[in-house]
Design a protein around this ligand. Structure first.
Ligand SMILES: Cc1cc2nc3c(=O)[nH]c(=O)nc-3n(C[C@H](O)[C@H](O)[C@H](O)COP(=O)(O)O)c2cc1C
Length: 325
């Protein structure tokens, strides 16, 4: 029997498969089933800033009653928070694997005090899903990056929980960004979040939404950056995310240097039982290669470990594939 255990955010996890923040981890029953199937940890669905605002907005649309509006806004905010804390508490009572809470945030003042409640409810770690839509031309890249840093610093000030930042890839210098998050106290990063993206219906002349689920080819962007950053910022734990649909993809991300790998879309598409198939694929590959533990092959194909690290940095097709006509 091979040993699939690994460490992520200072937590011992029995397999490298973590179920991403989503409806898949929205109830104690679902989480219990995921534990039985063999996942190493779960990230609870996010407590969304937008969700709280939306709830309040739909319950009272008439802006003529500001006091009532304030009351209901406060009430539904508390309820969401209460329900979330209850989910953490109940999950902790029912399962042994680590429970990582998730906050979707950008405005640090609003959210920081919640982090302490999350710690008190028993969560093992906190994932911050931070995203700022950088579409205002007056805002400098530095100011936007500072929003991310401030948030990590403020959250670190109120909780002792290990923090992971779940982020997108669109920064001018990802290595500097991740290093700065580490220097401000982040223990890990999740590379990368997948965002809602618009599409168009050209018959009905409407903006529509694109596919909510990833496909296996979406792994590539993450694979490149896991490979590069696992070597360049050695002390931060990387959880690979997006496009991981089978055991092979998990193996690739670990070879690139990931400490753990998050999965979501594939479980929506194929059912939670697919966890077992993926773990079986990893075990079979490890047995075939003679590896007994994850640590034995982690990072074997990372940036510094391969003969030509520039393979990770190649980006101009014309330069490398000019023989294609
Ligand atoms: C239906 C659905 C709900 C999601 N909800 C959340 C969420 O609440 N918080 C979050 O951080 N990410 C959320 N995500 C993003 C996933 O956690 C994950 O990062 C993304 O889907 C990429 O991983 P995948 O390719 O394995 O699906 C959601 C994704 C899906 C498909």
């Amino acid at each position: 029997m091979v040993n699939l255990s690994t460490r992520y955010l200072g937590l011992d996890i029995k397999t490298p498969l973590i179920v991403s923040s989503s409806g898949l981890t929205g109830s104690v029953e679902k989480i219990q089933k995921l534990e039985e199937l063999g996942v190493g940890a779960v990230v609870l669905k996010s407590l969304f800033e937008e969700q709280i605002r939306f709830e309040a907005g739909t319950q009272l649309k008439n802006g003529d009653y500001p006091e009532a509006y304030d009351y209901i806004t406060g009430y539904s905010k508390m309820n969401s928070v209460e329900e979330y804390l209850k989910l953490i508490e109940q999950a902790k009572k029912s399962i042994k694997i680590p429970v990582i809470a998730s906050l979707n945030c950008i405005s640090s003042d609003e959210w920081v005090s919640f982090a302490k409640n999350i710690e008190n409810a028993g969560a093992d770690a906190l994932e911050l899903n931070i995203f700022f839509m950088a579409s205002r031309k007056e805002l400098s890249a530095e100011k936007i990056e500072d929003l991310y840093y401030d948030l990590v610093v403020k959250i670190k000030n109120v909780t002792r929980l290990p923090i992971a930042v779940k982020m997108g890839s669109q920064f001018t210098n990802l290595a500097a960004m991740v290093n700065n998050l580490y220097l401000r106290g982040a223990s890990g990063v999740v590379l990368f979040n997948r965002f809602y993206e618009p599409d168009m219906d050209i018959e009905n002349m409407q903006l529509t939404s694109s596919d909510v689920f990833s496909s296996p080819s979406d792994i590539r962007l993450s694979l490149r950056w896991v490979g590069i950053l696992s070597d360049k910022i050695e002390n931060i734990d990387i959880a690979a995310s997006t496009g991981v649909h089978d055991g092979k993809a998990v193996i690739k991300q670990i070879l690139a240097g990931a400490k753990a790998v998050q999965v979501c879309s594939v479980l929506y598409k194929k059912g939670e039982e697919h966890v077992k198939v993926m773990l079986g694929e990893i075990e079979a590959w490890m047995t075939g290669k003679g590896y007994n533990s994850i640590d034995e092959f982690r990072g074997k194909l990372s940036y510094r470990q391969i003969p030509d690290p520039s393979m990770y940095e190649r980006s101009q097709f014309m330069k490398y594939f000019s023989s294609y006509h």
